[in-house]
Design a protein around this ligand. Structure first.
Ligand SMILES: Cc1cc2nc3c(=O)[nH]c(=O)nc-3n(C[C@H](O)[C@H](O)[C@H](O)COP(=O)(O)O)c2cc1C
Length: 161
């Protein structure tokens, strides 16, 4: 079988937290990591599997990432989404949900979502020197790699979408 073409599009502007998660996933997936600014909208369309991730800002994924997804042509490929945030997610309202819906609207089959807590110096936490100072930690990156392995297995065994 030919190797799968896998791309990760990642916006990581605050502390590079999400980029560290993206790089851990890219190791497992043998994927290229690009920013939305670097990515050509044709690139995700030509890939077998695409990951999209960013930090959370005011309750949402970064607009640089979501604006990029809005420019993508309709696509029948597979995708996954991921996020890092200062605050824990409230289970019925994952941070990744809006982007998942957006991708599904484009025709993507979204295989799953990953999120973890990460260093956060947003204004209310700045005075205490930030929260989650050493995250993403080794356990977070291990969880990110495990997630990537599951997504890869699902993509490799799935029937043509
Ligand atoms: C201006 C600003 C707003 C933020 N808003 C939120 C938020 O609403 N909820 C949350 O959990 N974390 C929030 N954070 C924390 C970031 O999501 C967190 O630090 C994330 O890991 C940043 O990812 P990055 O380093 O990849 O950009 C905010 C951070 C900044 C700087």
């Amino acid at each position: 079988m030919e190797a799968m073409k896998i791309v990760i599009v990642c916006t990581s502007v605050s502390h590079g937290n999400t980029r560290r998660v993206a790089d851990a996933m890219a190791d497992v997936l043998d994927a290229k990591v690009v920013t939305p600014e670097e990515a050509d909208p044709a690139e995700p369309a030509g890939a077998d599997l695409v990951g999209f991730g960013s930090g959370v800002f005011y309750g949402k994924l970064h607009h640089g990432l979501t604006d990029f997804v809005k420019t993508l042509p309709p696509c029948r490929g597979r995708a996954f989404v991921f996020a890092t945030s200062g605050l824990p997610e409230i289970p019925p309202r994952p941070y990744t949900r809006a982007l998942t819906r957006l991708l599904e609207g484009k025709g993507y089959e979204v295989d799953g979502a990953f999120s973890c807590r990460a260093f956060d110096t947003w204004a209310p936490f700045k005075i205490v020197g930030g929260i989650n100072k050493h995250r993403p930690a080794a356990e977070d990156l291990t969880a990110a790699r495990d997630f990537a392995e599951r997504v890869l297995r699902a993509a490799a065994t799935a029937p043509e979408h």
